[in-house]
Design a protein around this ligand. Structure first.
Ligand code: ADP
Ligand code: MG
Length: 236
């Protein structure tokens, strides 16, 4: 059996607000095997982004454990968490989050600045990845000179630059038309075939069907997980 890249147990999250704690996630339990392809669905406000931010170590749970690639990140110091995150995870966001004033090449190469690589090596690796997502002709363009689908390709290339074993994508096709969404999903499909674990959030059934496993959130709980259907149908 493949080891788990994600192991979440009894995870709780409440945001601190002026009116007091606002509970969002309640007793989430989830394991994701290396190489899995998971789509998270559920209504707006059900806690999907909160969960993704915790998986991505951008936020901490209020209680419970999260083991990422064997590391109990919820109990580790921030700088160690950052190290594990940077070598393990690539993020893709709905809004692409590219630097407007930088070339596509520099956008993709940016994470390698933090990894301490020299310019030549950074640009070599970034151009290889831009080629991989079909943008070799646009390396020197700025984000506003290309389409939304192309911008998301750049964001995927950037997410891949540290050779992560896990890609987390929060509504990566949320701003794209359906044809462009399918093109983006074809890239995720190919990455999963290469062995990269993918967890993505989507509202659309067509998009979720690209994944091998579908999970549904409702009111901060997992109410459905297709990987459990053979044993027990609905869970939670
Ligand atoms: P989803 O991604 O499923 O739409 P979110 O995780 O973004 O859901 O939000 C879940 C709930 O938590 C919502 O009610 C949202 O308003 C609330 N929420 C999200 N972020 C914060 C925050 N930083 N502070 C307080 N409440 C928040
Ligand atoms: Mg969200």
């Amino acid at each position: 059996m493949q080891p788990h890249v994600i192991e979440v147990s009894h995870l709780y999250k409440a945001y601190q607000t002026p009116a007091g704690p606002f509970p969002v996630l309640a007793d989430v339990n989830l394991q994701v095997a290396q190489g899995d392809y998971v789509a998270i669905m559920g209504p707006s406000g059900s806690g999907k982004s909160t969960f993704m931010n915790i998986l991505g170590c951008l936020d901490m749970p209020s209680a419970g454990s999260y083991v990422l690639d064997g590391y109990a990140v919820a109990t580790m110091a921030a700088d160690e968490v950052a190290r594990v995150r940077n070598k393990t995870i690539g993020f893709v966001f709905q809004g692409f989050n590219l630097l407007a004033r930088s070339s596509l090449l520099d956008n993709v190469a940016l994470p390698l600045v933090y990894a301490g690589l020299g310019k030549e090596e950074r640009h070599a690796r970034a151009s290889e990845l831009l080629k991989k997502v079909g943008l070799s002709k646009h390396m020197q363009s700025r984000p506003n000179q290309i389409s939304g689908g192309q911008q998301q390709r750049v964001a995927i290339a950037r997410a891949l630059v540290n050779q992560p074993r896990l890609i987390l994508a929060d509504e990566p096709t949320g701003n794209l038309d359906s044809t462009t969404s399918e093109e983006i999903m074809a890239i995720f499909d190919g990455l999963n075939q290469e062995g990269i674990t993918i967890v993505l959030v989507t509202h659309e059934t067509d998009i979720a069907e690209h994944a091998r496993r579908q999970i549904r959130f409702l009111d901060g709980k997992v109410v459905e997980d297709t990987s459990h259907q053979a044993q027990s149908g609905r869970v939670g």
